[in-house]
Ligand binder design. Sequence first.
Ligand SMILES: *Cc1c(COP(=O)(O)O)cnc(C)c1O
Length: 428
Amino acid sequence: MRYYSTNRKALPLSFRHAVLKGLAEDGGLYMPERIPAIGFPSGTAFQEISYEVAKCFAEPEVPGSVLRGMIDEAINFDAPLRKLSDQIYVLELFHGPTLAFKDFGARVMARLMSYFVRGLNRELTVLVATSGDTGSAVAHGFLRASGIRVILLYPAGKVSLIQEKQLTTLDENVVALEIGGTFDDCQALVKQAFCDLELHRSVQLTSANSINIARLIPQCFYYWYAMAQLEADPGSVFISVPSGNFGNLTAGLIAKRMGLPVAGFVAACNSNSVFPHYLRSGKFEPQPSIQTISNAMDVGNPSNFARMLALYDHDVYKMRKDVYASSFSDTETRAAIREIFKRYGYVADPHGAIGYLGLKKFMENQPDGARGIFLETAHPAKFANVVEEVLGQPVEIPERLKECLSKEKKAVPLSNRYDEFRSFLLSY
Ligand SMILES: *Cc1c(COP(=O)(O)O)cnc(C)c1O
């Protein structure tokens, strides 16, 4: 399988090169040249299903036995589908080490990169600037990956206590740099390092950002697994995806193109409503991001939109047949957290609550018998401040988070000056 750039100027690449490159030279995102159609996976275990989906994109470049091993190691936690009512189900994607769905993509990507750099005689350095969540999923994904070290940059005093603990208690091949500056400063330092050709002679750098195709593909796995867990029933099924950068939804649309028996998707957004606006008007008009309580979705210019356009031949009419979109305010999100708890006794985080709202609004116009699944993308304990305030009661903290909270923070403080960061990279 080859991978083309959505800007269509750079040449198509093998899977290996697309993964190691991340972003194409023409600024486009990589997409598989063909979306293979498959039958319903024969396995029922999550890892078996994941492997059956992954092999369509990665074999024969990654031999079957190697791929199977990677999947077994990376997908070593469940994604249970829970029934809230006869119409509403929730797919829990927060059972990984950092309690958010980004663990799926990050863990598989780390193993693929590690495999692809094997045999290079130099260690690869992954630089990640993070404002919180993505960085911890990526860093955990790469923990103990051979031949790779990870350097995380985060803005001092600007991430939550939980996030900081998740970033700074990893050790081994992961180093956290506490930068005296903003998230933008962290990003600027990473960018400058990538442009510093002199530095590249001594340090081999790569990025593991969210647009890497190796992070997208694993997100197809749980859509298949969700359908495998749903009791068979002739009615239509819709899936609502809380969306920010639209990687999660794009993976769902790819799964549908592969043959996933789902009737359609709901793109559920917070006040950052560039995509709902596009579906209505046919115009894509990026905006500065707006801060909300579902902050992992505060994206004003979603990068995976390019992939969605590629999937639907740039045709908004075609896209509308598969996707419905809506957006909700923080007030509505808070009310939804309360409603989900009151009606179903279920504690949702602000992102999942938006998924619920999107689903509920859409299902109002569907015939009886239609069923819907919303994705719960983070554990509520990650957003305990919001959830506890809304519900007026404490949120249960999972064991793996408690453990990390009790560990000692280890971070190297640095200023936001490039020369300081550069010397660190050279001396480390
Ligand atoms: C990243 C994230 C999202 C948004 O996912 P996209 O793929 O960027 O649309 C939603 N919820 C949580 C908890 C996230 O971390």
